[in-house]
Design a binder for this molecule. Structure first.
Ligand code: SF4
Ligand code: SF4
Length: 333
């Protein structure tokens, strides 16, 4: 075995849930025994059709219970308005979506503690800070801000408080340099929120509509746009690291119902790739890279085409800051 092979992280791939037990045996699931463990997942926006289904989550929860682990479902409140903005509202959504009937508690956090990564502070949800062991259940699908959402996104946005979520978006809003602008209109064309308007020789942004995704900054070939603070996918990877560093985490990605947009979106668009299956790993970068590679085998560059942004940026940044490794060995069950 060469040096490169030894550094590869294991990612287990399977298509039948009956192999879940065998998949988990490849990782330190025994270390979770006897512990109360948050199962970090997104329980779906109202009207979204594609979020993780309670029947699937119940199978995972039952498997954890069989291994003498005490799981509870866990997520955080969101920055935008709607039911999931408050703890009470999100609890109502979990009931509506059937997550209160699967035989374990459902906990929603609205407060956190600050953790510093790469000189920036991220307020990580209390229950994650307090847990030594975490089980991550992530639905892999498209995302209009990050190209794709998987394990990194599940923590980078889903593991921090709504105040930190807001700050991360604000810090990625564009700064405009008029002298470099050619008024080509590309930024306005790619903006998923129609926040930019160009009329003759005027460039205007609606700061209210802008979500701070940074797609326009990447699109501008004339260097007329910069990130206010940092690229959104960079702070996403840093926030994910703030949530999981020093913890024992097992990640399970469900690569199914792959829509153009995410589970926060009531109108997530059409399915853009056939169902693939499930992956398990103890490395969030490796599992997201493996998920992306499997999707690209069937639909090359699908997220770049649909969302005008590379999903590989979060992988690259995640590797650079030591969140995980993009080098992996895929073990098929
Ligand atoms: S893409 Fe760049 S150069 Fe083109 S209009 Fe937008 S800011 Fe100006
Ligand atoms: S950062 Fe995103 S939402 Fe804001 S103007 Fe640019 S493309 Fe639009």
């Amino acid at each position: 075995m060469g040096k490169e092979d030894r550094m590869k992280k294991k990612v287990v791939f399977f298509t039948e849930l009956s192999r879940l037990h065998d998949a988990l045996e490849n990782f330190d699931i025994q270390g979770f025994t006897g512990k109360t463990v948050p199962v970090k997942l997104h329980m779906g926006e109202i009207k979204n059709k594609y979020f993780l289904k309670p029947d699937f989550v119940k199978i995972v929860v039952d498997e954890l219970k069989n291994q003498n682990i005490s799981p509870y479902l866990f997520d955080t409140t969101v920055a935008y308005s709607g039911l999931r903005h408050s703890k009470l509202g999100y609890q109502k959504v979990t009931k509506l979506h059937g997550f209160t009937k699967i035989g374990c508690d459902v906990v929603i956090d609205d407060t956190g503690k600050f953790v510093t990564v790469e000189d920036r502070e991220y307020e990580v949800a209390d229950h994650l800070v307090e847990s030594s062991h975490i089980f991550a259940l992530s639905h892999v699908k498209g995302h209009i801000v990050t190209g794709m959402g998987g394990a990194i996104k599940n923590f980078g946005m889903g593991g921090v408080t709504k105040e930190t979520k807001q700050k991360m978006h604000h810090g990625s809003k564009p700064v405009y340099h008029e002298d470099a602008c050619t008024y080509c209109g590309l930024c306005a064309k790619v903006c998923p929120f129609n926040a930019i308007e160009i009329k003759e020789k005027t460039w205007k942004i609606s700061t209210k509509a802008c979500f701070g995704c940074g797609v326009c900054v990447d699109a501008c070939k004339s260097k007329a746009l910069d990130h206010r603070g940092a690229d959104f996918q960079y702070v996403l990877a840093c926030a994910a690291k703030a949530c999981v560093q020093g913890k024992n985490v097992i990640y399970l990605n469900e690569v199914k119902r792959i829509a153009r947009s995410c589970d926060c979106d009531p109108f997530a668009g059409p399915i853009i790739c056939p169902d693939i299956g499930y992956l398990v790993s103890d490395d969030p970068v490796a599992i997201d890279k493996a998920s992306l590679d499997l999707i690209h085998k069937i639909k090359p560059d699908i997220f770049e085409k649909e969302n005008h942004i590379s999903p590989f940026k979060q992988i690259k940044y995640g590797e650079e800051i030591g969140l995980g490794s993009s080098s992996y060995e895929l073990v098929e069950l």
